[in-house]
Structures are given as C-alpha cells and as structure tokens.
Design a protein around this ligand. Structure first.
Ligand code: SF4
Length: 457
C-alpha cells in the first residue's frame, strides 16, 4: 500500500495540502500559449520552473514542448527581471522568429513585482519587437489559483489582442477551455457541420497531436493565427465553454469590443452537448443537421443498452471545475451517483453547482473546492465507491483501495489516447461511456463467482 499512511479518520486541516489536486498556474498559461499559431511561450522566472512546466506538458501530450525562459539568477531575483526579459525578447525574435511571444510570470517574478505590460512597452520602444510581431503577457503567480487560473489568464491575454473595426464579420468566437487537442478538433467539426463561421482560441489541434513526419517543426501549422485573434473583436458573439477557463476572456471581449458572450458548460455528456449544439444552431440561424442528430441517437442508444451497469454505481471524481461540472451532470443523467467530488482549484461556486446537480440523488454528495487527493482518499475509505475518475495520480488511491480507475483530465502521464480521441460532444460521450463501461465490466468479470460469470453482457 503506497498510501498506507492515509488514515480513515478525518482531521480538520486549513494550512496543509497533501497530494494536491492541482498544479502550477504557468503550466496552464503555457498550454494555452501553444494554441496560438507561431507562438513561443516564455516563462519569466528561473530555469527550474520552466523545465518543470515543459516536462509536465511533454509527459501528458507526448510531444516536445518548446518554451523560453528569462533564466533568473541571484541578480534578477534581487533587482527584478526586466533586463533578462528585454534581452530574451530580442534574442527570441532574432534567433527563432516566432509570430508572437506569450510571456507568463512565475512565483518569483510576481513576488518581485515585475510588470510585464511595462516591460513589453519598453521592449517595443527600444525596437526589440519587429514590425507585425507581438508580445502578450499574463500574470500567473502559482501561490494563488491553479493551472486552470493560469490557462484562463493567458486566454484573457489573447483576447486583449482583439480589435474592433466597427464592422461585424459574421464570425463566432468559440473559447473551448482546457480540453485536449482532439476535443478542439471535435468542436471545430461540430461547428462546421452546423455551418458556423468560427474562430476557436486557443486551438492546440495541429500543434500537440501532429503526426510523426521525420522532420522537426518548431512552429507547427496548427493554432489560432494572430490575425484571427485581432479580428475576434469584430465577431457577432462569443461562446465561452467553462466559467473557470473561458469566461474571463469572453467578458473582456464583450467589455472591450462589444462582442456579446454566452458562458456555457463544457460539452461533455448528453445535456451539456445538447446546450452547445443548440447555441451553435441559434447563432448560425439554422437547423441541426441529420449527421449530428444521428450521433446524438447513438449516444442515447448506448446509454439505454448499458443502463443496468451504470445504475446507482457510486463514483469518486477529482479534476478541474469546468470538466467536473459537466461530467457530474452526465453521470447523474445516466443514473450513476457521483458521491465524492474534489477539485484543487478554488471557488465556492463550484461546490454550489455540484450540490445543485446532485440534489435528487439517493446518496449525499461530498464536494470540496481547493481540496486535495488525501481528503478524497479519506472520504473513499469512509464511504467506499465503485469507480474512480481522475488523472494519473489517482492510480495510487485506486491501487490501495482496489478500485477501477478511468483516467480523464490532466495530467495523464501513463496512458495514451487522450490527444487523439475526443471526449467532448456526442462522439466524445460514446468514448467516455466506453471507458467507464470497460472499467466496470472488467471488474465484474474479475470478481463474479463462476455461477454468475457471463459470456454476453
Ligand atoms: S510553484 Fe511557483 S516556483 Fe514552483 S514551479 Fe510553479 S511557478 Fe515555479
């Protein structure tokens, strides 16, 4: 038992996190930056932070993550990192020629108080930013929030590039939130099927799910172009998927360029996907095409066929707020019971939302924002579950408690597929249910006594 020191008895804790259910703000900012075409993410801090953030993303996406760093040493730590960043901007544009540099801070540069906006203006005045190239910046102190906050802050910085010409271009901005490259590809497919002219940002499809071609490309073809980001201020509306990941950017676009926004849940599962498809349909002023209706029918068919195995199964979940809200709604809609729900990201609104979604369940839900996996493990010890859903770190709890585990969320370090197979939309719902069913039925096959061991399920 690797977690044998986790006691069943729960003691009140306020200033100690054990086995966090979150990671650094800059990791989210770095991932979002990779969704801009021709972008080099830049970590304004010491080399160690940047190396950690790059390696975490590399391990999850199984692609080399490129990022630069201000390489703070003792001098920068005392006097501030302005000189390092000015030098870095000049070097990066000269040597690597990106279209844009997306700078995020770290704990150290935030504590010093470096002002990214002021440094970028100075770099521009000193001619360090070539004509037609850009530097954007997001504050990402890791001692507040989580990787989700960092992602949101960088998406907000992208929205800061938007300009308003005074003439609408008929496009719709879709802000997907922190989902996999495969999910971003799926969202675009659905928008195209419905006939929506869209700008999706950020867009890591074509960046972090590329083929092995035998040639290394520092800036892959994918990603939202800077031009599209600038034109997002002329869009007729914005669909922001997820309150935690995408809403701030959408509201900023509304305030700055008068682009009205709707904040929706991430389209995981039947109901959230229905709402997303309906929003696209209304924006496009069209009807839902047969192909999408057909996919919905397939998901409903699978739910009906396999309902007996889902019914009243108790589930523990850990992950990020936007993903968990939709997943909990999905599980409740198929008569499963999410009984323990933890996110490492702060936000009392999250707890209220989960309580509201589970109010009619036969079991009471325990939910915690700014919680940790230690607490989740203790809850499971006190009130056992049939299934665990979460990232790779859950495997320690799954092993100790002998639980089936569905890997979903960030980071997934020990399995493949998340980059290639979407879990958003109706097709993504099929994939989610396939994973859940396989975990439950494999366990049933393992545990059933010989007299009830079934060939057909
Ligand atoms: S918590 Fe702060 S210091 Fe540590 S790796 Fe993250 S950004 Fe760097």
């Amino acid at each position: 038992m690797l977690l044998r020191h986790t006691p069943k008895e729960i003691t009140e804790r306020s200033a100690l996190v054990i086995n966090p259910a979150k990671t650094c703000q800059p990791i989210g900012a770095m991932y979002a930056s990779l969704g801009i075409n021709g972008c080099l993410p830049h970590s304004h801090g010491s080399q160690g932070c940047c190396a950690y953030h790059r390696s975490t993303l590399t391990r999850h996406y199984k692609e080399p993550i490129v990022a630069a760093t201000s390489s703070f040493t003792e001098g920068a730590s005392v006097f501030g990192g302005q000189a390092n960043l000015l030098q870095a901007i000049e070097n990066i544009f000269t040597v690597y020629e990106p279209e844009i540099i997306a700078v995020h801070t770290t704990c150290l540069s935030e504590t010093i108080g470096d002002d990214l906006k002021q440094i970028a203006i100075k770099a521009d005045k000193e001619g360090k930013i070539p004509a037609g190239k850009y530097v954007i910046g997001a504050p990402t102190p890791s001692y507040v929030g989580s990787h989700v906050t960092g992602f949101s802050n960088m998406v907000k910085a992208m929205a800061g590039l938007a300009e308003s010409s005074g003439k609408k271009n008929g496009k719709v901005n879709i802000i997907p939130g922190w989902v996999e490259p495969s999910d971003m590809r799926e969202l675009k497919r659905l928008a195209e099927l419905i006939g929506v002219d869209y700008t999706l940002f950020p867009d890591t499809s074509g960046v972090l799910d590329g083929p092995l071609s035998g040639e290394y490309t520092m800036f892959p073809k994918g990603g939202t172009t800077v031009q599209a980001l600038k034109e997002s201020g002329d869009s007729i509306g914005t669909l922001a998927l997820g309150e935690w990941c995408s809403a701030d950017a959408a509201r900023q676009l509304d305030a700055k360029c008068k682009v009205p926004c709707s904040v929706l849940d991430m389209p995981f599962g039947l109901k959230a996907t229905d709402r997303f498809i309906d929003a696209l349909r209304i924006v496009a002023g069209t009807t839902v095409p047969d192909e999408v209706t057909y996919e919905r029918g397939q998901l409903v068919d699978l739910i009906s066929d396999m309902h007996q195995y889902f019914y009243h199964k108790r589930v523990a979940l850990v992950g990020d707020p936007d993903q968990l809200i939709s997943m909990v709604e999905f599980l409740v809609s198929i008569d499963m019971c999410p009984v323990h729900v933890v996110t490492g990201t702060p936000g009392k609104k999250f707890e209220k939302r989960i309580k509201a979604l589970t109010k009619d369940m036969p079991f009471e839900v325990k939910v915690k924002a700014k919680g940790d996996m230690f607490l989740l493990h203790q809850w499971i010890k006190n009130e056992p579950v049939d299934l665990l859903i979460g990232n790779t770190y859950c495997k320690y709890i799954a092993r100790d408690e002998d639980l089936p585990l569905v890997r979903w969320g960030f980071p997934i370090l020990d399995r493949q597929g998340h980059q290639y197979f979407p879990t958003v939309g109706y097709k993504g719902g099929l994939r989610l249910l396939e994973k859940i069913l396989s975990a439950l039925l494999d366990r049933k096959d393992r545990d059933d006594p010989e007299r009830s061991f079934e060939l057909v399920m």
